[in-house]
Design a protein around this ligand. Structure first.
Ligand SMILES: C[S@@+](CC[C@H](N)C(=O)[O-])C[C@H]1O[C@@H](n2cnc3c(N)ncnc32)[C@H](O)[C@@H]1O
Length: 286
């Protein structure tokens, strides 16, 4: 299970992977509610076998392993060696979970071996999503289920929209990306997600909005929490790229503007910001 290639592999084995490892604890806190809701949609039961796609540091894989129990099995796959290393380190020895470095869109996967194809924000990075999902469908048993969570648009996700607005006029507007290019928001369009799953051969497709307030930054005091949220913006996620090559004075101005934007948000030892996702379910035909 080693076949890998492409820009995403490079990125997740370089900057993005390293940053996710460095910020794993707070990213897990931020994404917890989304993962939990997707797991409820997957509804795993004792003894089931789950494929966790783009499992990262394995928070969902561990939660799923607890639910399927010792008679079940979870396979977490990810293209990032460092995140799989972290996932292996965090999983208890006796958990029914194994991890593999693999590109889920094309790695050899055991045919019809899984009851559930799951992902927490790990399926938006495929170059060609419909063939990727078709390939992964081959690993599901007939009647097997899909459940994943993915971001809606940037405009609906304040954790990006707010700092992006604050940086206007300080840095050049980011070149508009192709909204369907691989990346965190490439599944923002509900119609596109439905088309991808349909083309991949799935049935019973349901795509429901899920909104929640997420702790985007935490600390022992309110000020420390705001600093933490600013650091997250500057270090991880979509806006970090726009700031990466900027001179120190521009970064400092951007940082102050982002800080002011976050200071308006509620939270005592955290900065609570709205996050908007799709909870997607589907089925492999019998
Ligand atoms: C936004 S992170 C989410 C990680 C994890 N699921 C979580 O919620 O913490 C996306 C993950 O997808 C992985 N990824 C991207 N493309 C992939 C592919 N083709 N096959 C497997 N993993 C992939 C990345 O390496 C990264 O770990």
């Amino acid at each position: 299970m080693t076949e890998q290639s492409g820009a995403q592999v490079e990125d997740w084995n370089d900057q993005s992977g390293e940053r996710w490892v460095a910020h794993q604890v707070r990213l897990d806190a931020m994404l917890a509610m989304f993962g939990q809701t997707a797991i409820e949609a997957a509804a795993p039961v004792t003894g089931e076998r789950v494929l966790d796609v783009g499992c990262g540091a394995g928070a969902s894989s561990r939660a799923l392993a607890t639910l399927v129990g010792p008679r079940g099995q979870v396979l977490g796959v990810d293209i990032s060696e460092s995140l799989i290393g972290r996932a292996r380190a965090l999983a208890a020895q006796d958990m029914p979970v194994v991890f593999a470095v693999a590109d889920a869109s094309k790695a050899e996967l055991p045919e019809g071996a899984f009851d559930i194809l799951f992902s927490r924000f790990g399926v938006m990075f495929f170059d060609d999503p419909a063939p990727a999902f078709s390939h992964m469908r081959g690993a599901l048993r007939p009647g097997g289920r899909v459940a994943f969570v993915c971001w809606r648009s940037i405009a609906e996700n304040d954790w990006v929209r707010l700092p992006m607005g604050a940086m206007k006029g300080i840095i050049q507007p980011m070149t508009p990306r192709d909204p369907e290019a691989p990346g965190p928001f490439s599944f923002g369009d509900r119609g596109r997600v439905a088309r991808i799953l349909l083309a991949a051969g799935f049935t019973d497709i349901a795509i429901e909005p899920f909104d929640t307030s997420v702790p985007f930054g935490k600390g022992p005091t309110r000020d420390a929490a705001i600093d933490d949220a600013v650091e997250m913006t500057l270090e991880v996620g979509p806006l970090s790229r726009a700031l990466a090559d900027q001179p120190d004075d521009i970064r400092a101005r951007a940082s102050a503007a982002v800080r002011a934007a976050f200071a308006d948000r509620p939270g005592e030892r955290s900065v609570m910001i709205n996050g908007a996702a799709w909870i997607v379910t589907a089925r492999n035909p019998v």
